[in-house]
Design a binder for this molecule. Structure first.
Ligand SMILES: Nc1ncnc2c1ncn2[C@@H]1O[C@H](COP(=O)(O)OP(=O)(O)OP(=O)(O)O)[C@@H](O)[C@H]1O
Ligand SMILES: [Mg+2]
Length: 239
């Protein structure tokens, strides 16, 4: 479903991503972990089309994210680490706006919106301005907006940011459910515990390169689990 083919990206002298190649299967939950500054967000931003790779290509479904960006974006959902939200809109107005971007017919949009507001536990605050939302409420709204067009692949940068324990449990269930329905999930996280629990495979990225990919079964069999491996191969990272 997702192919990264030898992608690289530099910002002036900083080689943020160096020759990353990997494939994510349909319905798979693929996690990337790695130290601060390792290149996770840069990789995800290239996958969304927000950044263009200097080298290599990215295929989402059947589409090249650079050459067929509109088609690729129509099947992608994206939850960024730092989000821009329209502070003067209510949650409801925001979701109607997002639905209109994807040309979802109005009646359909209204029913999907109710479904999303319920799913993410923000139905009771749907008419409040986003500027009054706490961090966790914002994260819930971001998820609702990223899923309203029913994407085939969901890219998430730090999924659990700001969520309370109920929110974390709810989101884990949503991610597992989406995957069981064939939605492909690519997530970057510092929560090794959740990566271990949720992901079918986890890639380690350090200094712009993927240095190891492990399956859930391989991680289970390792002494110290994911955290042990992280400390061994990435813990000594210095900027
Ligand atoms: N817009 C930019 N301009 C210059 N350098 C950038 C830019 N975006 C990222 N970088 C650099 O690219 C490298 C990778 O950053 P990136 O944000 O991808 O890391 P990350 O793995 O997501 O880190 P974190 O765990 O802190 O979120 C870092 O050295 C960072 O300083
Ligand atoms: Mg990041």
């Amino acid at each position: 479903m997702i192919i990264l083919d030898n992608i690289s990206k530099s910002f002036n002298a900083t080689h943020a991503v160096k020759n990353i190649s990997l494939t994510v299967n349909t319905g798979e939950i693929f996690g990337i972990v790695g130290p601060n500054g390792a290149g996770k967000t840069t990789t995800i931003r290239m996958m969304t089309g927000l950044l263009t790779p200097d080298e290599g290509k990215i295929i989402i479904g059947k589409y090249d994210i650079v050459k067929e960006s509109i088609k690729a974006k129509s099947i992608l959902g994206y939850v960024p680490d730092k989000a821009f939200l329209y502070e003067k809109l209510t949650a409801r107005e925001f979701l109607i706006f997002i639905s209109s971007i994807y040309s979802i017919p109005r009646n359909e949009a209204l029913s999907r919106m109710d479904e999303m507001l319920e799913l993410f536990g923000i139905k009771d605050i749907e008419d409040e301005l986003i500027e009054s939302f706490s961090q966790g409420m914002r994260q819930r709204l971001l998820f609702a907006s990223a899923l309203i067009h029913r994407p085939e692949a969901l890219l998430i940068d730090e999924p659990f940011m700001g969520l309370d324990p109920f929110g974390i449990r709810m989101l884990k269930d949503v991610i597992k459910d989406l995957s069981s329905k064939g939605v492909t999930i690519f997530l970057a996280t510092h929560s090794l515990h959740f990566a271990e629990e949720l992901c079918h495979r986890v890639g380690f990225i350090n200094k712009g390169s993927v240095i190891s990919i492990k399956t859930k079964e391989e991680i289970k069999g390792m002494e110290g689990g994911l955290e042990g491996l992280f400390m061994e191969i990435g813990g000594g990272n210095k900027f």
